[in-house]
Design a protein around this ligand. Structure first.
Ligand SMILES: NC(=O)c1ccc[n+]([C@@H]2O[C@H](COP(=O)([O-])OP(=O)(O)OC[C@H]3O[C@@H](n4cnc5c(N)ncnc54)[C@H](O)[C@@H]3O)[C@@H](O)[C@H]2O)c1
Length: 258
């Protein structure tokens, strides 16, 4: 039987591209989303292309639903070789106006959701003799971003969670790595992409002068799951066209660019 990957938030965007890329590599793919239809549609697309996939709806910030996701994946395919913690949300808000509910909504998905899925999947991986966890972080794990205190804090947390899990789980033959995307062409950035001025300003800060494509994040995930990366753990790979080489705050217009 082929290898099995679980990808959270794979109903669209980076998660969907990653699901399609792993399916192309011969993996059985468990698609997941907070909403049933997107997860089902991506699974259907994989199956129509000759691959193997199974959709499981679950909100990854809910411990009981994460249990259903991981148990469901193991019941369906017998094991989990790779978990990609991709589901994430943004909700820009001025720090002084941010309610505790708004703070928690982002932390609960981006950080607590990553913890919950990783812990549950790692318990299965430990029993089966090993595995790989890939966290989709962000350049904002190292670059502060005005209006995104909760988002940046959640991704900074994912950074140290990645490193701590790598330390604790290496004895169990479980590798843990992260990918930190820059500005990627997904619905999460549709407002920037629709605003010519904002997009031009953003591109001026990216050394490669273009946004990234979801498939370019997926390619890094596939690489990390390959034998070529078998000695890699506890590392974060920035896939950002060089964005982290620039500050996120435009010193000319005094505005956040990304
Ligand atoms: N797009 C970018 O420029 C960019 C940059 C850096 C990091 N990232 C990170 O990459 C990941 C994917 O981003 P994207 O641009 O594809 O986003 P997206 O908004 O296009 O897709 C995210 C998917 O996750 C799902 N989701 C949200 N909350 C969920 C939950 N609680 N449980 C299960 N599914 C949930 C959504 O329904 C959606 O289908 C996120 O973690 C994001 O923070 C994105």
């Amino acid at each position: 039987m082929g290898k099995v990957v679980v990808i959270t938030g794979s109903g669209r965007g980076i998660g969907k591209a990653t699901a399609l890329a792993f399916a192309k590599e011969g993996y059985s793919v468990v698609t997941n989303d907070k909403y049933a239809k997107p997860a089902e549609d991506v699974a259907k697309e994989i199956i129509e292309k000759g691959g193997t996939a199974y959709p499981i709806r679950a909100d990854i910030s809910n411990p009981a639903e994460v249990d259903q996701l991981i148990t469901g994946a193991v019941e369906k395919f017998g094991r989990i070789d790779v978990l990609v913690n991709n589901a994430g949300i943004q909700n820009p808000k001025e720090f002084l106006e941010m309610s505790v509910e708004e703070w928690k909504s982002v932390i609960d998905v981006n950080l607590t959701g990553t913890f919950l899925c990783s812990q549950r999947a790692a318990r299965c991986m430990a029993k089966q003799g090993g595995g790989l966890i890939i966290n989709i972080s962000s350049v904002h794990q190292v670059i502060p971003r005005p209006l995104y205190a909760h988002y940046a804090a959640s991704k900074g947390g994912v950074n140290l969670l990645t490193e701590t899990m790598a330390l604790e789980l290496s004895d169990k033959n479980i590798r843990v790595n992260a990918i930190a995307p820059g500005a990627i062409e997904t619905d999460m950035n549709k407002d920037i992409m629709a605003d010519i001025k904002k997009k031009r300003e953003l591109l001026s800060m990216i050394p490669m002068h273009r946004m990234g494509k979801p498939e370019e994040i997926a390619d890094m995930a596939v690489f990390l799951a390959s034998d070529k990366a078998k000695y890699v753990t506890g590392a974060t790979f920035f896939v950002d066209g060089g964005l982290t080489l620039y500050p996120s705050f435009c010193i000319h217009c005094k505005q956040a660019m990304i």
